[in-house]
Design a protein around this ligand. Structure first.
Ligand code: HEM
Length: 182
């Protein structure tokens, strides 16, 4: 009986460590594009970015037909992350600049007294999924946005869904957290 306690403790530690690795991938491979962009792939999504003056242009693809979300630098789970959510409906991409106001909830920056700092460039939906391109300022000055400068490491949340709205929750398999140097 006495000998079983360390074995159980070990098993619990191994389980906890594997859960951590699943929710935060730190060994993600960054691919450099000929146009100066960089990209990573995770959970079937592509996250591609390129700095253009005072803006960061981001291209994201997902295998889903609903919203696509990108979040920067949460404190814990989704809290305090700077989110951009987009979906494509009737051939048009719709975007919202949001903030992780709670562990598992987010609200529009404008609802919190901030500003909406996202510009849609394009968006399309096909049988194989959704793709969107948008721009955000590298430093909007809004307290609900993060400062995103080249060469800095950030925690990035990626998620997608099958619903054309900004509320329906992703499945556990359709969200991830990665560390990326922009
Ligand atoms: C649209 C409404 C959303 C709802 C209702 C929602 C809800 C939740 C809930 C309940 C959890 C905890 C359970 C779990 O781990 O799956 C969670 C975790 C998570 N969500 Fe969301 N979410 C939403 C949008 C988003 C968006 C837009 C992103 C990314 C851009 C995102 C990324 C994540 C990630 C990465 C986790 C796990 C965090 C961690 O393990 O540290 N979620 N979300």
């Amino acid at each position: 009986m006495v000998k079983r306690i360390p074995i159980l403790a070990c098993a619990a530690l191994v389980l906890a460590l594997s859960a951590c690795q699943k929710s935060q991938d730190t060994g993600i491979e960054v691919t450099q594009g000929a146009d100066g962009s960089k990209s990573v792939r995770a959970i079937g999504m592509t996250f591609q970015w390129r700095f253009e003056g005072e803006s960061l242009e981001i291209h994201v693809t997902s295998p889903g037909k609903g919203w696509i979300g990108v979040g920067f630098d949460p404190r814990n789970l989704m809290r305090e992350a700077d989110f951009i959510l987009l979906y494509v409906a009737d051939g048009q991409a719709v975007a919202a600049d949001q903030y992780g106001s709670q562990l598992t909830n987010h609200e529009r920056d404008t609802a919190l007294g901030g500003t909406d700092d996202v510009t849609v460039v394009s968006g399309s939906e096909t049988d194989s999924g959704t793709e969107v391109t948008f721009r955000v300022p590298v430093n909007s000055g809004d307290e609900f946005d993060k400062v995103l400068t080249a060469g800095t490491e950030h925690t990035i949340l990626l998620a997608y869904s099958e619903a054309d709205d900004f509320e329906t929750q992703h499945t556990p398999a359709a969200r991830t957290k990665i560390k990326v140097t922009l």
